[in-house]
Write a protein that binds this ligand. Structure first.
Ligand SMILES: Nc1nc2c(c(=O)[nH]1)N[C@H]1C(S)=C(S)[C@@H](COP(=O)(O)OP(=O)(O)OC[C@H]3O[C@@H](n4cnc5c(=O)[nH]c(N)nc54)[C@H](O)[C@@H]3O)O[C@H]1N2
Ligand SMILES: Nc1nc2c(c(=O)[nH]1)N[C@H]1C(S)=C(S)[C@@H](COP(=O)(O)OP(=O)(O)OC[C@H]3O[C@@H](n4cnc5c(=O)[nH]c(N)nc54)[C@H](O)[C@@H]3O)O[C@H]1N2
Ligand code: SF4
Ligand SMILES: [Mo]
Length: 720
């Protein structure tokens, strides 16, 4: 055992912030994890989760080799046997019931894992199924939807230029807890404080006075899922008060669209929307004027705005507001990154810019987007008998029992399957239903490059994280599992040999990363800034803290991929959905009891970081927050266990009385609900909590995009 301390530099891949970390280790024993002060992007920032990478690394519950569920419990088996059995069982089911009888669900950590992002498509193609699902449709699908229809590519997502903006209008996001989303910005608290220090303004609109709201110059409560009306009124004021000025965007916008837009929002005056939103007409007008008059401004909204009944309209409207004020693709506004490994350019070249309605779900008839169906239909596709029913599932780095709406129904679905495979590192609430679990080597053990989050960052940069340690010969990385399974499925189908043009079938992760960096915009072998000292994997190896590639630059003209090269300000779905909003506006609000929203805590990460003692100890975080007025009228005292019930289920949970949540609103964090039979998470089981998704409704979706509408689930709360 070595006693020499080594310093290992890498990027923390737990959330979207891309913080540089410095891991102190003696061989494979970690002695400390600190922020990397020399990382040009995050400049030393980390959150408490970074140190928990050590806990995941040493976690006794973490699986390292394939396991098979038998009558005598879980038994370790070889990779060869595991791949063989998995392929045989899936192919048998497909032969009997058709290709769509096998479904696949990809969870959030896939997007934080270079190997999964690059290699999962090969497995998906090899499965030949249309029943593909992912966490996208319980998260950011409306962002992709708006980007696809407005800019021509589902990944052309505008990112707030937080480091240069003068006015940040933020809705339904709490970056002080989440560390920023679709806004990769290591050290977001520092960046927001800098914004205030340079005289800028941060305005937060949220049904809860969050950590971020407390830092802001202004916070306004808004009724859950009423944001669409606030945003429509904002556009209305822009037109009526003559504040529209698209500036440099003029060549990209058609006048006809501007005129049409003015008519579309004509009814939504601040006065009309005041009672629905809970915001006064005067405040809405003042915010609009301040936004329009700021030297630069950006309107940004995250999960609170996409996980709701009008998620699609909200994301469209936020783009519209940035465009009408000339703040899109402009310094201090909403900008587009130019990443070194440019997935947007690659996929544009191959025509994979996005897709819509090429097929529909069998039971509810919901359209696919980007090759995936909304995960809200997953349970009914497993449980409804008939041709095309899902009989087998593969879950990859996902926990849909805890993270998708009506989780109890998903659980029933998984229980009813003929066969299930999980590619995962734990036996948790979802993977316990698998017949075989294939566990990858991951985290500190794996090479890493943030293929996704460099595309969503507030600054252009590139960094490669090599594996800290060598893994044993009988371990596999995610990318190797995808590659092996895809190849073995093809081979057993007896078809042609795998397509040699599909590089992911035969090249390693580092070969593909090197290739992507070389031909990318900063690469040695191509791109706009072709130069001999350009990027390659070797260059990144030589710069372990990462390489800064500069501030975001206006670039939409070069990056937009709509057929006519213009921004599509209005698209058909908007015209279909606006009347739905109008109808809701005209209905007097009542008939429900309280409206449920979610929340995040800086020491949680969705459902899977709860097995770290240092993250879990302390005050119980799985509580239902309730406003003092609502508590009093129900005779609820702080700490009382209450029963929260919805159309689909009920949970018992301690009440936390606080005026942080607005009257009429209650909040429960997601990702809890451990401690169930068969779950092998020793620490998480001690802090079990209950699952908010035993209350959220699989029938509640955003009609435009199919995204789950978690926010504003109607619930009753009574004393136990
Ligand atoms: N610590 C931690 N960090 C994380 C995660 C985590 O679980 N824990 N998860 C990661 C993931 S997967 C994601 S997608 C990002 C999400 O990143 P964020 O979107 O910043 O996440 P939240 O903290 O949930 O913020 C959502 C906010 O929306 C508010 N809200 C709810 N409903 C409404 C509504 O109808 N209208 C308005 N205006 N606001 C509403 C909530 O009160 C909450 O403050 O965070 C990532 N980072
Ligand atoms: N009510 C409500 N529900 C929500 C949300 C909410 O705000 N409110 N948030 C939603 C959002 S934004 C998201 S993104 C989803 C997340 O939903 P999911 O992605 O389904 O859930 P996670 O909790 O992220 O589960 C991650 C799984 O990946 C495994 N894992 C971790 N690292 C690796 C790895 O490197 N390789 C592999 N193969 N497996 C790994 C973990 O063990 C765990 O099983 O939840 C959504 N659900
Ligand atoms: S903020 Fe995110 S990336 Fe940074 S240390 Fe925490 S979990 Fe890791
Ligand atoms: Mo997410």
């Amino acid at each position: 055992m070595t006693t020499t301390t080594y310093f290992h530099y890498r990027t923390c891949n737990l959330c979207e912030a891309m913080c540089g970390i410095e891991v102190h280790h003696q061989g494979d024993k970690i002695t400390a994890i600190k922020g990397d002060m020399d990382d040009p992007f995050s400049a030393g920032h980390i959150c408490p989760k970074a140190t928990a990478l050590e806990d995941v690394y040493h976690d006794k519950n973490r699986l390292k080799r394939p396991v098979k569920r038998t009558e005598n419990g879980w038994e370790e088996i070889s990779w060869e046997q595991a791949f063989d059995e998995v392929a045989d069982n899936l192919l048998k089911i497909q032969a009997q019931h058709g290709n769509n009888a096998v479904g696949i669900y990809l969870g959030n950590p896939n997007s934080h894992n270079a190997g999964s992002i690059i290699y999962a498509p090969a497995l998906i193609r090899a499965l030949k199924t249309k029943n593909r699902f992912s966490a996208t449709s319980v998260d950011q699908l409306p962002h992709h939807f708006a980007a696809y229809f407005m800019f021509g590519h589902q990944l052309l997502l505008p990112i707030p230029d937080v480091d240069h903006t003068d006015y940040f209008l933020m809705l339904g996001a709490n970056p002080l807890a989440s560390n920023g989303s679709l806004m990769t910005a290591g050290g977001i608290e520092r960046r927001l404080k800098n914004l205030k220090n340079r005289g800028g303004k941060l305005v937060v609109i949220d049904p809860r006075r969050t950590e971020t709201a407390k830092l802001a110059n202004e916070h306004h409560f808004i009724k859950p899922a009423a944001d669409v009306f606030f945003l429509l009124a904002l556009v209305n004021v822009l037109f009526n008060d003559d504040l529209v000025d698209v500036g440099h965007l003029e060549p990209l916008i058609s006048d006809a669209h501007i005129h049409q837009l003015r008519d579309l929002v004509a009814d939504f005056t601040p006065e009309r929307v005041a009672s629905q939103t809970g915001m006064s007409a005067g405040e809405i007008r003042r915010i609009t004027h301040e936004f329009a008059h700021a030297d630069s401004a950006v309107c940004y909204g995250r999960v609170g705005l996409s996980m709701q009944a009008f998620g699609g309209l909200c994301q469209w409207l936020m783009n519209v507001i940035n465009i009408l004020t000339g703040n899109l693709d402009s310094v201090g506004g909403a900008m587009f990154t130019q990443p070194a490994f440019d997935v947007v350019a690659f996929t544009s070249l191959t025509g994979q810019t996005g897709s819509y309605d090429r097929w529909r779900s069998r039971v509810r008839g919901l359209p696919e987007f980007g090759g995936e169906l909304p995960v809200s239909v997953l349970a009914e596709e497993m449980l409804t008998e008939g041709d095309g029913q899902i009989k087998a599932m593969i879950t990859v780095a996902g926990n849909p029992v805890l993270s998708t709406p009506n989780g109890a129904q998903v659980e029933k679905g998984l229980e009813s399957l003929d066969y299930m495979v999980a590619i995962d590192i734990y036996i948790n609430e979802t993977t316990k239903y698998a017949n075989i679990i294939l566990p990858p080597a991951t985290g500190l053990e794996a090479d890493h490059y943030d293929v996704v989050f460099h595309v969503l960052a507030v600054r252009n940069s590139a960094k490669f994280s090599p594996a800290m340690v060598h893994i044993e010969d009988d371990r596999r990385y995610d990318w190797q599992i995808f590659q092996s399974l895809a190849n073995i499925l093809d081979k057993k189908r007896g078809g042609k040999a795998p397509n040699r043009k599909d590089y992911t079938r035969r090249m390693s992760l580092s070969q593909l990363l090197d290739f992507g960096l070389r031909v990318g915009p900063y690469g040695v072998n191509g791109g706009r800034k072709n130069r001999p000292d350009g990027l390659s994997l070797k260059r990144l190896h030589e710069n372990p803290h990462g390489i800064d590639l500069g501030v975001l630059q206006p670039c939409l003209k070069e990056r937009i991929v709509t057929p006519n090269g213009k921004i599509n300000l209005i698209f058909d779905h908007v015209l279909v959905d606006l009347p739905r909003a109008k109808a809701v506006l005209d209905v007097p609000q009542d008939g429900h009891d309280l409206l449920l929203i979610g929340r995040r805590h800086v020491r949680s990460n969705n459902s899977w970081m709860h097995n770290s003692n240092r993250l879990m100890k302390g005050k119980n975080r799985c509580t239902v927050m309730i406003n003092p007025h609502d508590a009093q009228t129900r005779g609820i005292d702080d700490g009382d266990v209450v029963v929260v019930s919805s159309r689909v289920g009920q949970v018992e949970i301690p009440a936390e009385i606080t005026d942080e949540v607005m009257q009429g609103v209650v909040s429960i964090p997601h990702g809890f609900g451990h401690g169930r039979d068969g779950v092998q998470l020793d620490v998480a089981n001690q802090y079990a909590g209950v699952s908010i998704n035993d209350l959220t409704d699989d029938q509640a979706i955003d009609a435009m995009t199919g995204n789950a509408a978690f926010s504003a689930t109607p619930v009753k709360v009574v004393c136990k």
